[in-house]
Ligand binder design. Structure first.
Ligand SMILES: [Fe+2]
Ligand SMILES: [Fe+2]
Length: 274
């Protein structure tokens, strides 16, 4: 029996959202939009890598059930972010890195299953750290379009909920420390390089790349009192520990609180594997 639940989000983006939907903050909107652009391709890569793990590497039936629900959750994230990104395209914001990322994912798909899993574990650690930030500091989304606040918080809750699935599959499949950490260091560079470049593209498209206010907001977002950089530092380094496991950072109460308080924002379609 899986501990995960697949949920359908009660959000309709067909009538769009404001260009600066995050409280009018140009930098933070551009950064969140850059993340959203990367999700449909990235999350498909996570799904494919977990599915490529040999089933006999997952003897634990509970973990096998969680893999199924992990796929269900990531697939529903892809669906919602495709609608989100379609609205961005209507606003004139294209995913400029798309061809490059597709080519890179094509290369990744040719790697051995354990390397693909290690890459997914690393990206899942980044999504889990960002998700914890969004849930722990709801003021990050202050002033956001209400639907967008719901969308990001829901995604954050589910990323937290399933943060150990790829990791547990990697270990069950015999994945070791060295490979996990080497790919993590690589993925860390890729994550900041890609999200930084796409954020810059979005800002240029918005004619806001060279405004003082844009970079004042960026400095606050990353290095202010509750900045992202300080939040990522400790869990980012914790991943390097040989005995690291994602649930050593236990934020179950935090994600459950969001789910309980916002249960009118989604419909649980249950555990697909129960
Ligand atoms: Fe996701
Ligand atoms: Fe995920």
């Amino acid at each position: 029996m899986s501990t995960l639940t697949v949920r359908k989000l009660n959000v309709d983006l067909s009538s769009g959202f404001a260009r600066h939907w995050l409280g009018g903050d140009v930098y933070r909107t551009a950064f969140m939009n850059a993340l959203s652009m990367s999700f449909p391709l990235g999350e498909q890569m996570f799904i494919d890598s977990v599915r490529a793990a040999p089933l006999d590497a997952i003897p634990d039936p509970a973990l096998r059930a969680e893999v199924k629900d992990f796929v269900g959750q990531e697939a529903s994230h892809r669906f919602v972010h495709q609608q989100y990104n379609a609205e961005l395209a209507r606003q004139g914001f294209g995913y400029t890195l798309e061809a490059e990322i597709r080519a890179r994912i094509e290369l990744v798909s040719k790697l051995p299953a354990l390397d693909r899993l290690a890459i997914t574990c690393a990206f899942e650690h980044y999504t889990a750290m960002l998700a914890d930030y969004v849930l722990r500091h709801p003021e990050w989304l202050d002033g956001a379009d209400p639907q967008m606040r719901t969308l990001w918080s829901w995604h954050a809750a589910e990323e937290s909920e399933h943060k150990a699935v790829a990791f547990d599959v990697y270990r069950a499949a015999g994945g070791g420390y060295r490979k996990r950490v080497l790919w993590y260091l690589h993925v860390s560079l890729i994550f900041f390089w890609d999200s930084g470049r796409q954020t810059m593209h979005n800002l240029r498209r918005d004619r806001a790349a060279w405004r003082w206010s844009t970079w004042a907001s960026a400095a606050r977002a990353w290095f202010g009192r509750k900045g992202l950089a300080w939040h990522l530092l400790k869990p980012g380094l914790d991943y390097l520990a040989p005995r690291f496991h994602p649930w050593q950072h236990d934020n179950r109460a935090l994600l459950q609180t969001w789910l309980d308080r916002n249960d009118d924002s989604y419909r649980a379609i249950g555990s697909t594997s129960a």
